[in-house]
Structure formats: C-alpha cells, structure tokens
Write a protein that binds this ligand. Sequence first.
Ligand SMILES: CC(C)(COP(=O)(O)OP(=O)(O)OC[C@H]1O[C@@H](n2cnc3c(N)ncnc32)[C@H](O)[C@@H]1OP(=O)(O)O)[C@@H](O)C(=O)NCCC(=O)NCCS
Length: 299
Amino acid sequence: MKRADFQGNIVGEGDDIAAIRPISLRAMSDADADRATALSAEMGWPYRSEDWRFALDLGHGIVAECAGRLVASALWWPYGDAFATCGMIIVSSSMQRRGLGRALTTNLLRDMGERTILLNSTREGLRLYEALGFESVGTVHQHQATTSADTAVSMSEVGDIRPAAPFDLRAILELDRCTSAVVRRSLLTELTRVGATAVIERNGNIQGFAVCRRFGLGYTIGPVAAKSVDDAKALILHFMRRKAGEFLRVDTPGDSGLSSWLAAVGLAEVGSVTTMIRGHRPDPSTAARMFALASQSLG
Ligand SMILES: CC(C)(COP(=O)(O)OP(=O)(O)OC[C@H]1O[C@@H](n2cnc3c(N)ncnc32)[C@H](O)[C@@H]1OP(=O)(O)O)[C@@H](O)C(=O)NCCC(=O)NCCS
C-alpha cells in the first residue's frame, strides 16, 4: 500500500522513485476557496466558496496539492488555549487510502497542540480518528428540507422572541459557554454579523438564542442554545416561519432530543455523524443546552 510521508510524498514498497508524484502540503488561503468548493462537491457536500472562506477566516487550514490540483483539505478552529474543533477533512477520491488523510490530520493535531479537540466524523473517517486517539461520545443528526409555508404558519409564534441587538452579545456568549464550557467569542461575533439572530427574553433574562444564516443549499439554523427544549423549538419555528419556502438545515446533537420533532415539523433526517473527542472532555453547565450546531465542523 502506498502512503504519504510527513512531507506529503506518496511512498510505498516497490515504487519507482521517478514515478512518485510529489504532494505538497501547505497552509490554506482564501485563494483556495474555489478549488476547495470543487473538492467538497466531489463528496456531494454542498459548501459554497463563501462557506469555505467563512470557515477559514475563523480558523486555520492545510491543503495538499498534486500536479497543480488541490487534492485534500483539513481545517481547525481554536476556541481559546484549551479547546478546538476540526473538520472539512477531505481527500479527493482518486487519492484516498494512501495515507494522505492521516498525514493531514497529524499535521493539524500538531498545530492544535495540547488542546482538547472535538470533531464530527463521517463513517469513512471513524477508523482514522480512532487511530489518532479520538473517542466517540455522541451523534449529530442532519435535518433538512425545503420547508412549506403551511408547516411553519400553522405553528403559533412565541411572544417573547425578538431580534437580537448588539448589547445581547454578552448574554449570547454566556449561554453558549454554558452549553460547551468554552467561550466562542470570534465565532459568535461573526455568526451574529452574517446571520439573523433571535433571542427569547423573559423578565430581563435571555433564555435562548438562535442564528440563521446562508449556508450550503439555502439556510442553516444554528447555533440554537436554550434553557428549555420548548424555547429551542420556538426559536427554530421562528426562523422556519421567516424562511418558509426556502431550503433549511438543522444539525442537532443526538442528546438534544429534537431529532424526531424536527422530522415531524417537516425537516427530514438525511444523515448522521459521530461526535468524537480527543483529550479531556469539557464539563458544561446544566443551565442551558445546545440544540443545534453552527455547523458539523465548527461545532
Ligand atoms: C476520511 C478520509 C479523509 C480518509 O482519508 P484517506 O487519505 O483515505 O485516509 P488514509 O489513507 O490516511 O487512511 C487512514 C485510515 O483510515 C482508514 N480509512 C480510509 N478510508 C476509509 C474508508 N472509506 N472506510 C473505512 N476506513 C477508511 C484507512 O484504512 C486507514 O486506517 P489504517 O491506517 O488502520 O489502515 C477520506 O476517506 C475522505 O475524504 N472521505 C470523504 C470525506 C469524509 O468523509 N471526510 C471525513 C470528515 S470528518
């Protein structure tokens, strides 16, 4: 079997050295976004080049090139010094099973240092990540549909929901921190800048928030964090009503208990991934829970 060494050269028993096509690994830049979009499209993943740029602006990436072609990618996002997520780890079909995925992920792990790392793995990735010390800790369920106007309109609106104002960011960050034990300031600042954000407020206290932004084939609702499942549902319905007729996606953790409800309100489950952690698992507070992710990669 051929494998990629640390410099990314494809090596293997019996190779004619002259025939080896060098693979270069380098930092990803904005200029790679269009070719990365083509790479993810090859996997049937619906990222737009804007989604790649948004993800890269918030984190760091590595790409592999072979004969001028972008053949692999891997990104990671720091949330302080103790925690990170990684994702968008893709190896072009023609280059798979030669050690390239392992070489890229090993490079990411080195860059992430001592941080605890969370990722959401497809079935193909499980063996690679297990071999690199990740443990399965849960699931994420992908729900999506072009919603019909009828579904959302038939749901009554909760009166306590309002658009978020800039001064809500502090409460939003605090709720988000409760769900993950991590402060994700840059992520939430950017999400609330590019997306529409709604909060539920009662007696002057923010009980939950949700962000809805352009992503992939349409819009995604997430993150959604709330102190109760009913408030999380109300926030999701709020955006379903506003985006009636649009393609909507929600990635919900298995332990949120929302999966069957999402299907019942018209967002069918189309797949799931396995949440994996490497390192010390953060200890979130029980004051609020995460009901939908910003994305499977960003967490
Ligand atoms: C997952 C992926 C990145 C692996 O890249 P790769 O270059 O093929 O992986 P490597 O050759 O470095 O192999 C690493 C390990 O994963 C295993 N592996 C690779 N592809 C696999 C697959 N399709 N099914 C099961 N195991 C697989 C290999 O057997 C290897 O394990 P081993 O060293 O014990 O033999 C690649 O298959 C891919 O891009 N898949 C589609 C996109 C995707 O699902 N990405 C993961 C997102 S979290």
